[in-house]
Design a protein around this ligand. Sequence first.
Ligand code: DP6
Length: 321
Amino acid sequence: MEATARAHTNIALIKYWGKKDTALKTPLMSSLSMTLDAFYTDTTFIHDSNLTEDSFYLNKIKQNDNNSERVFNYIHHLQKLFNLKGHFTIYSTNHVPTSAGLASSASAFAALATAFAKSYQLDLSLTDLSRLARSGSGSATRSIFGGFVKWIKGNDQTSIAVPIDQNPDWDLHMLAVEVNTGVKKISSSKGMIQAQTSPFYLPWLERNDEEITMMENAIKSKNFTKLGELAELSANEMHATNLTATPSFTYFEPQTLKLIKLIQELRSQGIECYYTIDAGPNVKILAQKNNLSAISSAVHTLLDNVKIVDASFGPGVKFLD
Ligand code: DP6
């Protein structure tokens, strides 16, 4: 009747940026991510025949109908899938430093799918859970597993997450740099539809299998340079499709560009680091331990008041008692 799950968020090194089926959230491309230790969501799902309505609490605050709609629709969809009925209460807490500006839908829907399944004692594998999480939010598919994770394109059955290395023995960090602009962003769901009007979208898609293979090889051979170059390329390809869409748009803010230039400059000084950027102005910097403090102080010198959170590999989804 009640179950609690924890899921960590993930950042894609090879980006997902387009759906084949909007409702099922099957992607047009495969993607590959790193699950992060620093950011996670805890979610309790309760179903009880005495409940008279559905409710959703986020960080202890009861959410109004508007804010609950996506979550309620998702649970109703899952209930239908498994022939279940009844009202429910969801308590969700985001352990994402409020300042980090990281999207939490990946950890949120992975934790929710897992808590839902356990509360109804559904006998599901982690692969099944990744499929369920996918229909909540595409990127949530990958948050079922820890470490490096691939999300395979395909149909409703075959588009699932596959762990590549759940406990990577790697010195790899991601510095999440918050660029606080207060600018309202275009949602991922909308942005990835608009991007498909770009003349560069299809050529990018055609490169997907090759880019995934190259990234898997970089991971296997623990080649940080290759991994960083490929991650940066994938982010640039995604943002290039936004800039060349009709109408054109971008998530970049002036500070985003300043950070891109700083990272290029640091590299030319022999401080190896790479960036990746999602559907917002924040920049995530891939680096190794020996360079973290040099990179952080360079960022602080360039931009006043930015927050930096150091993250590394996080685990897959787990149940909490
Ligand atoms: C840029 O998973 O948030 O972070 O499937 O519509 O919920 P929906 O989108 P979402 O998109 C994430 C896009 C991205 C790249 C990525 O995580 O692969």
